[in-house]
Design a binder for this molecule. Sequence first.
Ligand code: B1M
Length: 209
Amino acid sequence: MADLQGIADAVIAGQLETVTELAQAAVDEGVAPEEIIDQGLIAGMNVVGVKFKANEFYVPEVLIAARAMHGGMDIVKPLLADASASSKGKVVIGTVKGDLHDIGKNLVAMMLEGGGYEVVDLAVDVPPEKFIEAVKTEGVDVIALSALLTTTMPGMKDTIDAVAAAGLTGKVKVIIGGAPVTQNYADEIGADGYAPDAASAVDLVAELL
Ligand code: B1M
């Protein structure tokens, strides 16, 4: 039987090799990639987050856990991307200016790809003008913004303002997410939607398009 708890435990312990081995074994057993992500990789990272908050983990442990998690993601990602052949729409995603957290953003990107969307990933520390440029050059339907710091959340409003200033309101949807982000905040800044997690982000994009 697939050892999803083992994957979570190995993420917490930062054991890259164990994570990749167990993730591969789960894939070989036919476990759905979404299940491996939710119950293994994300479950482990959630514990890491709690430990970081409680000062039981410091930055090096968090980075080692994140690296182990990425090892698992590398195993399941091709399966997600293969889940659908034709693109249902194009999404540009990035973590807002000043913010370097990319684990959640990467998961959202992967799940969107798995859901059949084309994803343009602008990575981290992305200023509003870069999103606007991508909308203009890539013809994207949705901008997905991630923020993990309360201090960088205003970058989401700045991006929505830049969309308006570029005359793109209504032509492109802006959706937001990340641990400190809420539906209330989305309403307050005029975002088209908020998703609490990666799976909901896929549902939200489907709803909006
Ligand atoms: Co940072 N960090 N961090 N950190 N870090 C937090 C966010 C923090 C809550 C920890 C804490 O103090 N309790 C805190 C923020 C406090 C606040 O603002 N209120 C914090 C801080 C303070 C900092 C630094 C300032 C620390 C310092 O240097 N003093 C610094 C800032 C650097 C910067 O960005 N400029 C910093 C640095 C780091 C590391 C580099 C060590 C590392 C990031 C590594 C990386 O991303 N490559 C890191 C990490 C890992 C965390 C925690 C522990 C875990 C974040 C994570 O990856 N979670 C985090 C504590 C926590 O969240 N409990 C913390 C797992 C991930 C799967 O969840 O990202 O929430 P999450 O994504 C979810 C959903 O939110 C949603 O879907 C994802 C999957 O379900 N989602 C979206 C995310 N984006 C979405 C976009 C969408 C939709 C849904 O678009 C529509």
